[in-house]
Design a binder for this molecule. Structure first.
Ligand SMILES: Nc1ncnc2c1ncn2[C@@H]1O[C@H](COP(=O)(O)OP(=O)(O)OP(=O)(O)O)[C@@H](O)[C@H]1O
Ligand SMILES: N[C@@H](CCO)C(=O)O
Length: 321
């Protein structure tokens, strides 16, 4: 459960008094998520999500994330809308943290997606990429190639306590990625964390996308690589080709991949696996005392990384020739 910051009742009431959404009826810490503190918030005006932004979110980036949600919603994408306070400001401070209230979205996050879910997700991802085309702000990906060596440095000394020879494996892979990382691919707004817990479904349809706090400007195909990793592996560690095929076809039904994106997909999948292995490893080794959070398993992503090392062509993910 991710509640890093407890919000005292009186502070919440004082915070809400700066908004026009009524008074608090109830609020409750949310059991999912690892990055930020989230509460369900019921007021006399409706149901909302209250988010307190924690360590990995830079305060200077918050205007980008909040403006992006507004832009995507205007373009017809179903994502949360930041609620402005009486001054029209979407961002405030609560319990010592930057905080925002966002609209509540209906739908259910599927734990074990089917191929049909993967197809719908692929199409939704491509729609997000198209909707982001005219978003005027930019934010470099602060968790891409250049960030990986410094992240690893935070965990290297203890890495072998998590898995035998993990440090050496990771060092070698970082060298490989530094030499092989593709340049010049089509770029734009990417979500960069579109895991199953960040996508809501009603029946087989995607009903909403949430958690835009890693969104940035980067290669569009890297976002697809993140989703292939997050959605298309089974719990036994095997890649599900049917799900991969469904996701890639869903994506391409909305936006076609260019030949250089197709060629780059295996290395993008490797890089994406590295990114999540590293952030998980650092978190695994540094659980803040007293925090109600269950860190995620870094080795799941070490195993995915090892799978991608043997992939030579995107056909092996199910891309039609
Ligand atoms: N707008 C929303 N509408 C409905 N539920 C929401 C909304 N935003 C967040 N939630 C709920 O809160 C949970 C945690 O939110 P979120 O994924 O943004 O947290 P996080 O700590 O940033 O997570 P992650 O670990 O995925 O980065 C979600 O899984 C969902 O259950
Ligand atoms: N989706 C991430 C957590 C948020 O960065 C993970 O599963 O590691």
């Amino acid at each position: 459960m991710a509640v890093y910051t407890e919000v005292p009742d009186e502070e919440l009431s004082a915070f809400l008094a700066t908004y026009d959404i009524g008074t608090v009826l109830s609020y409750k810490g949310i059991a999912e998520g690892v990055e930020n503190t989230n509460y369900f918030l019921h007021t006399t005006g409706g149901t909302y999500i209250l988010t307190l932004y924690e360590k990995r979110v830079r305060e200077a980036d918050l205007p980008f994330f909040l403006a992006l949600m507004q832009h995507l919603a205007r373009k017809g994408l179903n994502c949360p809308l930041p609620v402005g306070n009486r001054q029209g400001e979407p961002l405030g401070r609560l319990a010592g943290r930057p905080a925002a209230i966002i609209t509540f979205l209906d739908g259910i996050a599927v734990r074990r997606p089917s191929a049909q879910h993967c197809a719908a997700l692929g199409a939704a991802l491509a729609r997000l990429h198209l909707a982001g085309e005219d978003f005027p702000m930019a934010r470099p990906n602060s968790l891409s190639l250049d960030a990986w060596a410094p992240l690893f440095a935070q965990a290297e000394a203890q890495a072998d306590t998590v898995s035998d020879r993990l440090a050496e494996r990771t060092r070698r892979e970082l060298d490989h990625l530094a030499g092989a990382w593709p340049q010049g691919l089509p770029t734009g707004v990417i979500h960069a964390d579109l895991f199953t817990d960040n996508v809501f479904f009603i029946g087989p349809e995607v009903s909403g996308l949430i958690d835009f706090y890693f969104a940035c400007t980067d290669a569009l195909a890297y976002d697809l690589a993140i989703c292939l990793n997050a959605w298309c592996f089974e719990t036994d560690g095997s890649f599900n080709l049917t799900k991969g095929r469904a996701m890639l076809a869903g994506y391409q039904s909305v936006r076609r991949l260019s030949p250089d994106e197709v060629e780059a997909l295996p290395v993008l999948c490797r890089g994406s696996a590295m990114r999540f292995m590293l952030t998980r490893l650092v978190d695994w080794l540094n659980v803040p005392p007293g925090a109600l959070v269950k860190p995620k398993d870094p080795l799941e992503y070490d195993r995915k990384l090892n799978f991608h090392k043997h992939v030579r062509h995107a056909r092996e993910y199910g891309l039609d020739a």
